[in-house]
Design a protein around this ligand. Structure first.
Ligand SMILES: Cc1ncc(C[n+]2csc(CCOP(=O)(O)OP(=O)(O)O)c2C)c(N)n1
Ligand SMILES: [Mg+2]
Length: 661
């Protein structure tokens, strides 16, 4: 039946993009018009997908890293027949509540694999998608057998995170990852030559990739390059030379095509040049039919895959499905309960990075989907345990990833692994370098995915390495990201509970902030409930109706408990509230929150960080003991004294408060 030309298929994308941007009077027509030929070849000839089931686990992943070109993706979803992407949705481009927001949003629009828009993130996240596919295949065999395709723009390749991403992908030989570069030589400020002269092919080759250049408007050349990529032993870059705004008489090939509506005249000129005669938002039936056929092509492959899945040995199939569906193993709660009972009796002082390692020794065998890794700080982050052997290039049977010194690339790839399904991925670094991960953490929170980052050396308590390495504003700045769970456990029991809470929370990312220095046990008796999962709870009650409430997280809980002893000895009934996670506390209902905050007239919080955010517990009257500037290089006990973060200071702050009562 295929009498419809390639050009007509591609022009359908161009027309929808022009129409939608024009109607919204906002958006980016240049990329969809320029990359329409690439996308048409990929979706009609190569990509394994079934538009009727965008969640089919063995589909190829397509990531539009250049999220500003969102209309390309929405046009593809509509044309191939993804159910929810009706023409109405396309008409409502960028309007409130539509499935067609300004940039593609995962979880909002079926068929969007990754939220993109911040340039570079999509590309870096795709490394995790491609890695998860190889690792899952190593575990489950050819029931996992798909590829990852990325459409990246100049901006994606200029962003620093792209270097981390392509370096680790090349090193790991992720040969099922293919990047199609929309090589149009244009960015917002004009020709790329105003700001860039990198030889991208050489750059990718130097990172262990195949790289070739094709005419991005020649379907045969694009297809040949995509086919060559299928047989590669390394990841592939295909530089597709394109003209931004292809077809627009005046704006094609210029920055003017990038991010504004073409206007009636230019649009009419473009449609005339392309030979597109249909009304706005109308796709001629013969053209739509071919697109829908492409969208349905994967149904057969999916049926074959279902048969393959059915023929798996039953226990393996059940495990595969459990992992795909994100259901945790029943063993998790059992091992946590047993370990908590052991810890309640143990009484040892230990750094929370070490108690996190101890937790992993229990959790990793019980939760086989848990992956760990580190950005070259394995011995400091304590995230590698016996049950998590490292993967290596070409050998993906393992559960630990040496990311190298690439925190941003790690955090983005961890998101990709989480998005892929089948794993609960975690990375690790020092908390001071959370800033290097921040764009990916923010996207994880926005996407609502359960990535985990272990961040050790969480305060001046790390000591001698000094202020470059001592987090001060980091806890506050991470807590500022909506939905991100920032855990700061106070002892071994809380560390285990925080790990459990992070594992059980599959719709929000978590950061576990852990100490370098030893901490005594704060919890001395066994409670079955995960108290840390409440976010805050009364750890130590007052001897009578409390006059003072002390709030603390992590290593400063010890200080709060010592201050409580001082105040109680002076006859002031004082309680201590441990605050392992603000965000989970905020999820409690009003009454529960009020109970934890309590009625005591004086409130003091202590944390070896800045005060920002603690008003949640302190209100306007409370006092804060913490940091107001950067740390210093010295043994940590000296630093706590120097910066006045100690039991005496907390007790004094309480006494000062009591004077005013
Ligand atoms: C991290 C980040 N910085 C800046 C932007 C704003 N921005 C959107 S597109 C773009 C560059 C456009 O050039 P290119 O990536 O080549 O896309 P094209 O214009 O070719 O479609 C910029 C700076 C962004 N989306 N993300
Ligand atoms: Mg460009």
């Amino acid at each position: 039946m295929n009498e419809v030309s390639h050009a007509s298929l591609a022009n359908a994308i161009r027309a929808l993009a022009m129409d939608a941007v024009e109607k919204a009077q906002s958006g980016h027509p240049g990329l969809p018009m320029g990359a329409a030929d690439i996308a048409t070849v990929l979706f009609t000839r190569v990509l394994k997908f079934n538009a009727a089931d965008p969640h089919w686990p063995d589909r190829d992943r397509f990531v539009l890293s250049a999220g500003h070109g969102s209309m390309l993706l929405y046009a593809l979803l509509h044309l191939t027949g993804e159910n929810s992407m009706t023409i109405e949705e396309v008409r409502n481009f960028r309007q409130y509540g539509s499935k067609t927001p300004g940039h593609p949003e995962y979880g909002h629009t079926p068929g969007v694999e990754v939220t993109t828009g911040p340039l570079g993130q999509g590309l870096a996240t795709s490394v995790g998608l491609a890695l998860a596919e190889r690792m899952l295949a190593a575990e489950f065999g050819d029931v996992v057998d798909h590829r990852t395709y990325v459409l990246a723009s100049d901006g994606d390749l200029m962003e620093g995170v792209s270097q981390e991403a392509i370096a680790i992908a090349g090193h790991l030989k992720l040969n099922r990852l293919t990047v199609l570069w929309d090589d149009n030589g244009i960015s917002i400020d004009g020709p790329l030559s105003v700001s860039d002269s990198v030889d991208q092919l050489k750059r990718f080759e130097a990172c262990g990739w195949n790289a070739s250049r094709v005419d991005g408007h020649d379907p045969q050349a694009i297809l040949a390059a995509l086919e060559a990529a299928q047989n590669s032993d390394r990841p592939t870059l295909i530089a597709c030379r394109t003209v931004i705004g292809f077809g627009a008489p005046k704006r094609a090939g210029t920055a003017k095509a990038h991010g504004e509506p073409l206007g009636a005249e230019e649009m009419a000129g473009a449609k005339a040049a392309l030979g597109w005669k249909a009304e706005p938002f109308e796709i001629p039936a013969d053209i739509l039919a071919v697109w829908r056929e492409a969208g349905a092509r994967g149904a057969k492959a999916q049926a074959q895959w279902e048969a393959k899945l059915a023929s798996l040995e039953p226990a393996k199939r059940a495990e595969f499905l459990r992992r795909q569906q994100g259901r945790l193993p029943a063993a998790l709660r059992e091992v946590v309960a047993a370990e908590k009972q052991r810890l309640a009796a143990s009484g040892v002082s230990i750094a929370t990075r070490k108690s996190s390692e101890a937790a992993l020794k229990i959790l990793a065998p019980a939760v086989p989907e848990l992956l760990t890794g580190s950005a070259d700080l394995t011995g400091s982050n304590n995230t590698k345990v016996e049950a998590t052997p490292a993967i290596s290039p070409g050998n993906y049977a393992g559960r630990y990833i040496h990311w190298g010194i690439r925190e941003h690339g790690m955090a983005a790839a961890v998101n990709g692994v989480a998005l892929h399904g089948g794993y609960i991925p975690s990375g690790s670094t020092f908390l001071a370098f959370a800033d290097y991960c921040r764009p990916a953490l923010r996207l994880a929170a926005l996407m609502g995915i359960g990535s985990i980052e272990v961040m050790t050396h969480d305060s001046i308590g790390l000591g001698e390495d000094g202020p470059t390495h001592q987090p001060v504003e980091h806890l506050a700045s991470l807590r500022a990201i909506p939905g991100l769970l920032v855990f700061r456990p106070a002892d071994a029991t809380e560390a285990l509970e925080c790990w459990q809470a992070a594992l059980e929370e599959r719709k929000a990312p978590s950061v576990l902030a852990l100490t370098r220095q030893n901490l005594p046990p704060a919890r001395k008796s066994y409670v079955e409930e995960n108290l840390s999962a409440r976010g805050a709870y009364e750890l130590s009650p007052a001897s009578g109706p409390a006059k003072v409430s002390l709030f603390a997280s992590g290593s400063e809980v010890e200080i709060a408990l010592a201050a409580q002893d001082i105040l109680e000895a002076e006859g002031t009934p004082t309680r201590v509230v441990s605050v392992p996670c603000f965000e989970l506390f905020l999820r409690q209902d009003d009454a529960a929150r009020r109970t934890v905050i309590g009625q005591a007239p004086v409130r003091v919080a202590v944390e070896a960080g800045i005060a920002m955010g603690w008003d949640l517990f302190l209100g306007r009257e409370g006092a804060f003991v913490g940091m107001t500037g950067f740390g210093a290089s010295a043994p940590y006990k000296k630093l706590y004294e120097h910066f006045g973060i100690n039991a005496g200071a907390v007790a004094q702050a309480a006494r000062n408060g009591l004077k005013g009562v």
